[in-house]
Design a binder for this molecule. Structure first.
Ligand SMILES: *[C@@H]1O[C@H](CO)[C@@H](O)[C@H](O)[C@H]1NC(C)=O
Ligand SMILES: *[C@@H]1O[C@H](CO)[C@@H](O)[C@H](O)[C@H]1NC(C)=O
Length: 413
């Protein structure tokens, strides 16, 4: 078997003439998802967003206190605010708005080591909703159905980083009717509402772009991954961290020469991804991480190991065609699965990945660029218009229960 694998790798990677050439001279291919050919849509003129003006304690003050919030993987909550302030879709007249946006940074509360703590987020959100519902008439009209919130934390608006606790909490009751823009995406999960918009986590675009290596560099690594396999502190046996999928990758392939995997994060990390054919994207704390963004940006075919995952902008990006999906239980066969993919299939995935619109959609650049993740969020919101008639409540009708949820959440913030 080993011999067989090696022959395959030698052929596709180092190739003799033609094969190699084909990998180097990549044509790009148009991308279309289930919503059609929409990645390059321009949202301007298709929706108007009203940005509430909130006291700075909900946003800017938090950032002042900890500027690291701008670089962690959940920074989209801050960049989206900045983007909307100067976006042509912004309207200063709330009466003509299709969508209302409350700029709140619920994830900007970091431990000394930089991990976001979501414990205050429910009270903060509640306080903000209280404020907008008493100072403006728009919340009460729909109880949030025409409002969106950016909640990029691990389990979105469930506001807990442990899955069990997050499930127990559920989505914050006051946000039940709102559209949630979140990185968390998993089918049939209480922390993902139908109609939410799943976005990529934030990965620093300038840093990534600065590290591009020549496009014709051969891809000499078959499978690449850097990251945790075990949560040594909380789960040394590897039973529940990443549902055991990462541990299974390590145990099965740590000594396999096709697999360049380790926990060490080398200085050449970004360059190495550009030299790899497949990049593993196994679930982690959250179901997935910036690994996916990096793989797409660097043209490394993402191997997604996360059952029931909902990937970012899945109605606009044909993930099935770009990536490889491996069921968690099939991890022990990962080598056979990947080496059995015909080279023309690999080439087609690489061509799709080479499409610049694909990379743009994964990034939150400063300043924003047409087609980037900000624009994809707006496109997603525009596709949800017009609002359903049930969005608007009858006079006096109330749906939300303001006193439900954990008692701790009801305390003032
Ligand atoms: C919205 O409804 C709440 C309670 O249901 C009320 O306290 C608040 O004053 C209302 N807001 C406006 C702007 O009328
Ligand atoms: C709201 O929720 C609380 C706590 O779960 C419950 O006691 C109360 O009856 C609910 N109110 C309504 C109007 O359903």
């Amino acid at each position: 078997m080993r011999v067989c694998l090696w022959v395959f790798v030698v052929v596709i990677v180092f190739g003799s003439g033609d094969g190699k050439h084909a990998y180097q001279r990549l044509r790009t291919e148009r991308i279309s998802g289930s919503a059609g050919d929409v990645l390059e849509d321009d949202p301007v003129g298709r929706l108007k967003v009203y940005v509430y003006e909130l006291p700075s304690k909900y946003n800017k003050k938090l950032l002042q206190k900890d500027p690291r919030c701008l670089t962690h993987m959940f920074a989209a909550e801050i960049f989206m605010h900045r983007f909307l302030l100067s976006s042509p879709v912004r309207t200063l007249n709330p009466d003509e708005a299709d969508w209302f946006y409350a700029p709140i940074y619920p994830t900007c509360d970091l431990t000394p080591t930089g991990l976001p703590l979501p414990f205050k987020s429910p009270r903060m959100m509640r306080s903000a909703v209280q404020l907008i519902s008493s100072n403006w008439p728009y919340w009460n009209r729909t109880e949030g159905s025409d409002h969106f919130f950016v909640v990029p934390h691990d389990f979105g608006a469930c506001f807990h980083y442990q899955e069990e606790k997050a499930i127990e909490r559920g989505i914050l009751p006051l946000l039940q009717r709102a559209t949630l823009v979140q990185t968390f995406g998993q089918r049939n999960h209480v922390c993902l509402n139908e109609g939410s918009i799943t976005i990529p986590p934030y990965a620093p675009p300038q840093k990534m772009q600065a590290r591009q290596i020549p496009l014709d560099t051969p891809r000499s690594i078959f499978v690449y991954f850097r990251g945790l396999f075990y949560d040594v502190n909380n789960d040394p046996e590897g039973g529940y961290y990443a549902r055991g999928a990462r541990a299974a990758v390590w145990e099965n392939f740590k000594n396999n020469p096709l697999f360049d995997i380790s926990t060490d994060h080398p200085a050449t990390y970004y360059e190495d991804m550009q030299r790899a054919i497949f990049c593993l994207c196994p679930l982690g704390w959250a179901p997935w991480s910036p690994r996916l963004v990096e793989a797409v940006v660097f043209g490394c075919i993402p191997v997604i190991i996360a059952d029931d995952i909902v990937l970012p902008f899945a109605d606009a990006i044909p993930w099935e065609e770009i990536g490889v999906f491996v069921a968690e239980e099939d991890v022990p066969d990962l080598d056979t699965i990947l080496t059995s993919i015909p080279s023309e299939v690999i080439l087609r995935k690489q061509r799709l990945l080479a499409n610049p619109s694909m990379k743009r959609a994964m990034l939150f650049p400063q300043p924003a660029q047409p087609g980037d993740a900000f624009h994809q969020i707006l496109n997603g919101l525009a596709r949800k218009l017009p609002h359903d008639r049930t969005a608007y409540l009858k006079p006096g009708q109330k749906v939300l229960n303001w006193t439900t949820g954990p008692v701790g959440d009801l305390k003032p913030w």
